[in-house]
Design a protein around this ligand. Structure first.
Ligand SMILES: [Zn+2]
Length: 207
């Protein structure tokens, strides 16, 4: 806290209200020496009279402590810019995750299919233990990817209900048991309770 800046601010606000140091001091029930000390930056107003002082000067405690006027517009703009920035970072991360999932599926499914088919051929050609081993290996290999995929589906983005338009994040359980078609999953909307294929969307808000 910049005591000198606060002092100058108190002084200018007091002058704007047309009060002398003595008049302000009288209203607060303190000595004009105390007011003089604030305005020269030698001391800060006690917490006990800060609200009353602010009311008399027509400022907020936040402004008093900052030592300047904060316009509501500025405050809102700053808060909104920060929020938007944070949301864009999350959406960017979600897009990357969903893209990773697509690449993963695109690589895993052909590899998985190839291993299972060769396993089946090897079985047919007589080497049953090796064939079964290959098929079992393919199943085992695919499990971690399914888990990672489900995690991404759960954490990245939202699902949109075609009935009411609600965008929501389903539970992990709902995702595991929901049949899916592409990136849509058949689930029950937590908002309207309708069952249907819910589309995957990155943003919580509709563009
Ligand atoms: Zn709905």
């Amino acid at each position: 806290m910049d005591q000198e800046k606060i002092g100058k601010f108190i002084s200018s606000c007091r002058k704007e209200t047309g009060l002398t140091q003595a008049a302000l001091a009288e209203k607060l029930g303190i000595t004009d020496r105390a007011v003089s000390k604030w305005e020269t930056g030698k001391s800060l107003p006690d917490a006990s009279i800060m609200i009353e002082l602010c009311n008399l000067l027509g400022i907020t405690v936040n402004e008093l402590l900052t030592g300047e006027h904060i316009t509501m517009d500025d405050y809102k703009d700053k808060a909104e810019a920060n929020l938007l920035d944070m949301r864009m970072k999350v959406e960017q991360r979600d897009r990357t995750l969903l893209f990773t999932e697509k690449v993963m599926i695109g690589v895993i499914i052909p590899v998985y299919t190839a291993v299972v088919i060769s396993g089946a051929y090897i079985c047919k050609s007589g080497n049953i233990p090796l064939g079964i081993f290959l098929i079992a290996l393919a199943f085992t290999m695919v499990i971690p990817f399914v888990i990672i995929g489900l995690k991404i589906e759960h954490e990245a983005g939202y699902y949109e209900c075609p009935n009411c338009g609600e965008r929501y994040q389903p539970t992990m359980k709902a995702i595991i048991w929901a049949p899916h078609m592409g990136t849509s999953r058949k689930m029950t909307c937590p908002h309207c309770g309708q069952k249907g294929y819910h589309k995957k969307v990155v943003s919580k808000n509709k563009e």
